[in-house]
Ligand binder design. Structure first.
Ligand code: CA
Length: 242
């Protein structure tokens, strides 16, 4: 009986360890973070971003439209195409992944920027570039995912997005929705594989809703496993007691 009880407790401890590891891997440390705009501020006709909160308020755009007020949209004019966003996490975190969405609403003049660079660092004056992408103009209505998974977690407090819009000789737009920065105790083998292929650092998905973090499903699964383990142990104990 003691052996069965010991095995049940050991199973619970192992499963709890797995559970907490999964939760830590999905923590968005950018939620509520402060940030500043350099060079260019979002266009006011789309609601703007007067309090600099839209990119980190955990509220997501519902439509891939220039007129969905949750997108932070910049105007790219002739000779005035550059912008940058500096996010301050408030403290250093071991960052493993950065992700956000970019607006495609070509009929309204919004599409992907010409270039996008992402840099991170412990100081805003000493940043290291971790991603550099170039994009073509894309027609249609969509939201393109940007996801950068680091080879290994990097301690950083600041994240800077540097963007160059298009200069077509008339006004175009580029927009961003909710920047998420993930802290991780351990980068998974799957994530490392993704990072080893530069072409895969960004991916396009049709849906505008953010993908649901796996934390919830994993938690339910692990909890179910724990309950089953304890129930099985209880059955063994009862049988032996008879
Ligand atoms: Ca938002």
């Amino acid at each position: 009986m003691k052996k069965a009880l010991f095995l049940a407790i050991l199973s619970c401890i192992l499963l709890l360890s797995l559970c907490f590891t999964t939760i830590a891997a999905e923590t968005n440390v950018a939620e509520g973070a402060t940030y500043t705009y350099d060079k260019k501020t979002p266009v006011a006709s789309n609601g703007g971003d007067p309090d600099s909160t839209k990119l980190t308020d955990a509220v997501f755009a519902e439509a891939n439209s220039l007129w969905d007020g949750q997108w932070v949209v910049f105007e790219s004019k002739e000779g005035n195409t550059d912008s940058s966003i500096l996010i301050d996490l408030g403290a250093a975190f071991d960052i493993s992944k950065i992700s956000f969405k970019m607006l495609i609403d070509s009929q309204s003049g919004a599409s992907l920027p010409v270039t996008l660079k992402v840099a991170i660092g412990a100081s805003s004056s000493s940043l290291t570039e971790v991603a550099s992408e170039s994009y073509e103009w894309v027609d249609g209505t969509d939201a393109k995912d940007f996801t950068k998974t680091l080879d290994s977690a990097v301690s950083a407090r600041y994240i800077k997005l540097s963007i160059t819009g298009r200069d077509y000789g008339w006004n175009t737009y580029f927009g961003f929705d909710e920047v998420m920065v993930y802290e991780s105790d351990a980068v998974t083998e799957e994530s490392k594989t993704e990072t080893s292929k530069p072409a895969d650092t960004t991916e396009s998905k049709a849906e505008s809703k953010p993908s649901t973090p796996e934390t919830g499903d994993s938690f339910v699964y692990v909890s179910a496993m724990m309950v089953m383990s304890v129930a099985a142990a209880a059955c063994v104990i009862r049988r032996k007691a008879r």
